[in-house]
Design a protein around this ligand. Structure first.
Ligand code: SF4
Length: 399
């Protein structure tokens, strides 16, 4: 099924499940980091035209008569903070023109500490951003150099302080552990410093060696040795314990929040809520409803290809997929266990598929083994369960 190109998609997005999330992918970075496989370009040719092209892409979806309500707006990338304040203003105006942004909407911008200063952070507040996601990654100079980051640990510290001074009351810090060459003590020093800075939210990811990255080549050629699985698992357990002791709620495999400060935008991905993505490589999702099955589509992963289609008045989509009930069911299990907990009744309602007796038994066994708990009708993994999350998902996916 092809989404309606004249606004039907947006009506569907604004349907039974209420407001939607919006994402804009800014495909520019000062320099590619060694481990990154997100779509982004060091060459900033095309950056001047970017805001206008996003504005035109928005117009391909917008329904002027019945604009969709928006509860979260997220600028990711790439590095959104390489855009000028004037360019961000154009984008914010375009979203406000075409959507009904709720007064208490969560509006996040990802920033690289090497690309902001007190003036730009103050300007972000005045443009309506109320949440910053700061790519700190580490306070260890050696780890930052290994990762190929453009900023220093002091830049990150300054960025956090300047963000508070600019009035941001909701900060998220991204960190990476299991960096080759980094000692466990160095990682825990980074984590402890991050906790001491009291951000509302911390994302702590283990370093993944993605194909088609310089890091992958280094590993393949034997120049870099990744952490072993047991060592990585031990760091994960230590990370969970420290963050939990500091009062952070572990609400997704890699995400931790102070009470009331979970990322509403990312939670909508994990809850199978509808979202619409703009920019090259951005993804969109519409949940199943009375109006039709669940849909997912992704934009062309090339600035040139994406721009060319928008200039022709076409939706810049490279792949569209209608999700079968079985796919919605399987994803519901996977996403639920990785994040806010598995809500069996909701998964059954959205997929039209019932859990089998065997699957009910598997969940009961997980609780019995201390790998999950049942709270308010949801099964949530315990720290021991999170360590073997993939294995648990695979066990549950067998009907
Ligand atoms: S700054 Fe972020 S998006 Fe850009 S290359 Fe580094 S990790 Fe990737």
């Amino acid at each position: 099924m092809e989404p309606d190109r004249t606004g039907g998609t947006m009506k569907k997005l604004a349907g039974a499940d209420g407001p939607v999330g919006l994402y804009v992918h800014v495909p520019f970075c000062e320099r590619k980091c060694a481990y990154c496989d997100f779509y982004s370009l060091e060459n900033h040719g095309g950056i001047d035209a970017f805001p206008d092209l996003i504005t035109r892409e928005i117009a391909l979806y917008a329904d002027d008569r019945d604009p969709a309500r928006v509860r979260t707006l997220y600028y990711g990338g790439g590095t959104p903070s390489v855009l000028s304040v004037d360019q961000l203003r154009v984008l914010q105006d375009a979203f406000r023109h075409s959507f009904r942004i709720e007064p208490d909407a969560e509006i996040t911008i990802e920033v690289n500490p090497g690309t902001v200063d007190p003036a730009s952070l103050a300007a972000y507040r005045s443009l309506g951003f109320n949440r910053l996601s700061i790519g700190v990654q580490s306070f260890d100079p050696g780890a930052l150099a290994f990762l190929g980051r453009i900023h220093s640990a002091d830049d990150a510290r300054r960025c956090i302080r300047d963000a508070r001074d600019a009035g941001f009351a909701n900060l998220s810090i991204d960190l990476i552990y299991a960096v080759p060459g980094q000692t466990d003590a160095s990682w825990y020093a980074t984590l402890d410093e991050a906790i001491a800075l009291r951000p509302e939210h911390i994302s702590a990811y283990s370093l993944i060696v993605e194909e088609d990255t310089p890091l992958y080549v280094q590993v393949r050629e034997g120049n870099v040795t990744p952490h072993t699985d047991p060592r990585e698992a031990a760091l994960y357990e230590g990370t969970m314990a420290r963050l939990s002791a500091a009062g952070y709620d572990h609400y997704e495999v890699s995400n931790y929040a102070r009470p009331g400060c979970r990322s509403r935008h990312n939670s909508s991905y994990w809850d199978h809520a509808p979202y619409l993505g703009f920019g090259p490589s951005a993804h969109s999702f519409v949940a199943s409803s009375a109006e039709g099955p669940a849909l997912r589509w992704s934009n062309v992963r090339s600035l040139q290809g994406w721009s060319g289609m928008i200039e022709k008045g076409e939706r810049p989509v490279s792949q569209e997929e209608v999700l079968s009930g079985q796919e919605v069911f399987d994803e519901g299990i996977f996403l639920g266990l990785r994040a806010n907990g598995l809500d069996r009744a909701r998964v059954e309602r959205l997929s039209g598929i019932r859990f089998t007796g065997r699957q009910h038994q598997t969940l009961a066994d997980l609780v019995g083994a201390g790998l999950a708990v049942e709270e308010e009708g949801r099964f949530r993994l315990t720290p021991a369960g999170f360590v073997i999350c993939d294995e648990i998902c695979a066990r549950l996916l067998v009907p």
